[in-house]
Design a protein around this ligand. Structure first.
Ligand code: HEM
Length: 216
């Protein structure tokens, strides 16, 4: 019997390209390890600021880069050992990425942004912890659902970058153009709410996916 060919869904391909592009744009400059190329205002009184930011970025990026593999049913079935290994790596990346985010987040000048980071870390640890606890108890279905939620939180970093240009366009349309400071001043305005907006979008999207699965 010939194996039925799996169709690539256009929606998934577009989402993949968008998320990969946003992630590349976010982390790209940091691979050069040059503090002057980053977008974060570093505190000169805290020499560990840049090294910890780099640890945060690389650990979180790794979680994002490997996390989606865990949702491929064929890979899970054919390579359960690999699934466990990548799962452990994902857990470690979140512990390191989340832990360092708490420290670097404390140096962010906006309190609204600081709160967004704290909520994000709390949700990252909570959803991932529930997923891990479920698999320790061999509750496979609950494990899958909590890990979906965990990955939705991981993707917030990319969604925040995807929504920003749309927000700039909405701003320009509703304000009759950009303010005197141009795109830069709108972006700094967006930075206070793009993470909250991305979190809302991702949580609604993942609960919608879960509801659809449960109804099936
Ligand atoms: C989901 C939990 C996450 C939290 C709570 C978090 C938190 C933070 C914090 C506090 C900063 C410093 C921002 C500042 O001082 O202005 C930061 C920067 C950064 N994070 Fe994360 N992050 C998370 C996930 C990720 C992921 C998954 C990636 C991978 C793509 C990532 C990539 C970055 C980058 C590239 C920066 C530098 C800022 C920039 O250039 O735009 N983060 N993050």
């Amino acid at each position: 019997m010939t194996r039925a060919k799996r169709k690539l869904r256009p929606g998934l391909v577009i989402a993949f390209v968008l998320f990969a592009g946003a992630t590349g744009f976010a982390v790209g400059p940091y691979f050069l390890l040059d503090p002057s190329l980053g977008r974060v205002d570093l505190d000169p009184a805290f020499p560990m600021h840049f090294p910890l930011l780099l640890v945060h970025i690389f650990a979180s990026f790794l979680a994002l880069a490997v996390g989606w593999l865990q949702f491929l049913p064929a890979l899970r079935r054919s390579r359960p050992g690999l699934h466990r290994l990548v799962g452990r790596l994902y857990l470690i990346c979140i512990a390191v990425g989340g832990g360092t985010a708490i420290v670097v987040g404390a140096y962010t000048d906006s309190f609204i942004r600081q709160m967004a980071f704290l909520v994000l870390v709390a949700l990252w640890f909570y959803t991932t912890g529930r997923g891990y606890a479920a698999i320790r108890r061999k509750q496979h279905a609950a494990h899958g659902l909590w890990m979906l939620r965990s990955y939705a939180v991981t993707l917030v970093a990319a969604t925040a970058r995807i929504v920003t240009p749309f927000c700039i366009a909405i701003y320009a349309a509703t304000h009759g153009g950009l303010p005197p400071g141009g795109v830069r001043s709108v972006v700094s305005l967006m930075l206070d709410f793009n993470i909250w907006l991305a979190l809302l979008i991702n949580l609604l999207a993942v609960e919608w996916v879960i509801a659809k699965r449960l109804l099936r």
